[in-house]
Design a protein around this ligand. Structure first.
Ligand code: ADP
Length: 335
């Protein structure tokens, strides 16, 4: 669907932001390009629809050599490539429905067909109730929904996302990613997303390329990159992931086995409390997850532990831990 071949971008100040990039993005992929700030992601994605001109190399989209198109052909091709941005880029003097209609007006849609298409798009992004509102009356998530509707107005085959969730809170980010995923599925879109947030890659992408200093340093299926990251940059990006172990732990409930969260605060986190408990009780401890954080004031930590063995004995473990001053939460009571 999209082939990026030996692409370079050197800006007029002689700075090369994209260095010999080769990528193959297949139809239906949700392809993430991740990297730290300044890696060249934005430069790369803007080359795809020629918002920036590549200095050398080729970009082939659906068999069309983008770099060979003249201005008129490029404008036509761009209708098939929607794009969304971190800062929404809505027209503040137009309502939601007028913002969406604007994309259709500039693409020269027949007037009589515009309103019904706008309604369809509002429905797609679940924003029909806000169609008369102005951008200033919307939340960040709602603004991004308008931007998505606008990007999809001309039935594109490709959606480019330039840090579309970076300005949103985590909950809204999840909702927008879910929306993009649903739309991708429904319309069979190919999505290319650039992001500095590994959770975006984790939550929505099937393929990923890691970018650093203008180069692609690692690429492959998301599960490969997560399970076996090869470069220090990838490991670093994964290390910034917010913890989602709680939701993972919640999937691990087995009848007869209590699941507990043991919280340590301050000096007790240096005490081998679990080791002591293992010696003291006839119960098996299966450690499922955990971490220690160094706060500015003290260290705090937690462990998720699955207990197995006699039920009564499991309960004794919990009472004993509490007596030792450990904060224990029963995540699952085994029943
Ligand atoms: P990212 O999206 O990964 O943060 P960018 O593509 O925005 O990276 O920028 C990559 C590098 O290219 C940065 O060092 C940036 O300063 C430089 N750069 C971006 N745009 C221009 C430009 N128009 N002229 C000169 N340098 C630029």
């Amino acid at each position: 669907m999209i082939r990026i071949e030996n692409v370079n971008k050197t800006y007029p100040n002689n700075f090369t932001a994209v260095k010999n990039v080769n990528l193959h993005i297949r139809k239906g992929d949700i392809f993430g390009i991740i990297g730290l700030s300044g890696a060249g992601k934005s430069s790369l994605i803007r080359l795809l629809n020629r918002l920036e001109e590549p200095t050398s190399g080729q970009i082939i989209i659906d068999g069309t050599n983008m770099t060979a198109l003249n201005k008129k052909e490029l404008l036509e091709k761009r209708k098939k490539i929607g794009m969304i941005f971190q800062h929404f880029n809505l027209l503040s003097s137009r309502t939601v429905e007028e913002n969406i209609a604007f994309s259709l007006e500039i693409a020269k849609w027949e007037k009589s067909k515009i309103q019904s298409r706008v309604e369809e798009l509002l429905d797609l992004v679940e924003l029909s109730d806000k169609k008369k509102s102005y951008p200033s009356q919307l939340s960040g998530g709602q603004k991004q929904r308008v931007a998505i509707a606008r990007a999809l107005a001309n039935n594109p085959e490709i959606l480019l996302s330039d840090e579309a969730t970076s300005a949103l809170d985590p909950k809204t980010t999840k909702a927008i990613l879910q929306l993009i995923r649903n739309i991708q599925n429904k319309l069979g879109l190919t999505v290319v997303m650039i992001t500095h947030q590994m959770e975006v890659i984790r939550d929505i992408c099937n393929k990923v390329a890691v970018m650093s200093h203008g180069k692609i340093i690692e690429t492959g299926g998301v599960h490969h990159i997560f399970s076996d990251p090869k470069t220090e940059t990838t490991k670093e990006l994964i290390s910034y992931l917010p913890n989602n172990e709680e939701s993972t732990v919640n999937l691990m409930k087995t009848k007869g086995k209590m699941l507990i969260k043991v919280n340590f605060i301050g000096s007790i986190s240096k005490d081998p409390i679990i080791s002591k408990a293992i010696k003291k009780f006839d119960v098996n401890f299966n450690i499922i997850g955990g971490s220690i954080e160094s706060l500015s004031t003290m260290r705090v930590g937690h462990l998720y532990v699955e207990l197995s063995g006699e039920f009564k004995e499991q309960e004794l473990v919990i009472s004993w831990l509490k007596e030792e001053g450990v904060i224990v939460e029963v995540v699952y009571n085994g029943l």
